[in-house]
Ligand binder design. Structure first.
Ligand code: SF4
Ligand code: SF4
Length: 149
């Protein structure tokens, strides 16, 4: 390092230090402005952002019913075959959803299935701790009751 560069570093160093301290002091005296999440200490109260994309979910109402008609549009829309809609027939002989199979491990959260459903049946869950050693745990059945609808 040349002498003039050394002198320059000595003179500008304290200035940058004071700038950093200024930021620290600003948040110290006004903690409400802190946006850093204290994870995992805040795990119980942590809420993900509204637009966060976790796994795909089949939306059920309070009574546990969904609007899926088993049309299969979402399955066709999925670019990597993460969805398999299995139909069945109800007692009246009407085609209804049997099993809504979903693979979380291959899903890229692209949202094509959510956007393509004509009945707004799909959304993204907000759970975020999904790591697992068991590959089977990523193969999910999204409907709560078979033959509903
Ligand atoms: S979000 Fe994309 S990749 Fe995942 S299931 Fe839907 S269409 Fe397939
Ligand atoms: S979730 Fe929507 S697009 Fe997919 S099968 Fe059901 S009704 Fe059709």
């Amino acid at each position: 390092m040349k002498f003039c560069e050394y002198v320059n570093a000595v003179l500008t160093g304290p200035v940058s230090l004071l700038k950093g301290m200024g930021v620290t002091l600003k948040y110290f005296f006004n903690p409400k402005r802190i946006v850093t999440e204290q994870y995992p200490e805040n795990k119980a109260t942590l809420k993900m952002h509204e637009r966060f994309r976790g796994r795909v979910e089949l939306i059920h109402n309070e009574q546990g019913f969904h609007n899926c008609t088993s049309c299969g549009i979402c399955e066709k829309a999925c670019p990597n075959a993460s969805i398999n809609v299995l139909s069945t027939k109800n007692m009246a002989g009407k085609k209804v959803l049997g099993k809504y199979l979903y693979r979380y491990d291959t899903c890229t959260q692209c949202g094509l299935c959510v956007d393509s459903c004509p009945f707004g049946c799909l959304g993204f869950a907000h759970d975020f701790e999904s790591a697992s050693w068991d590959k089977k745990s990523f193969e999910l059945v999204l409907n709560k009751c078979e033959g509903q609808g």
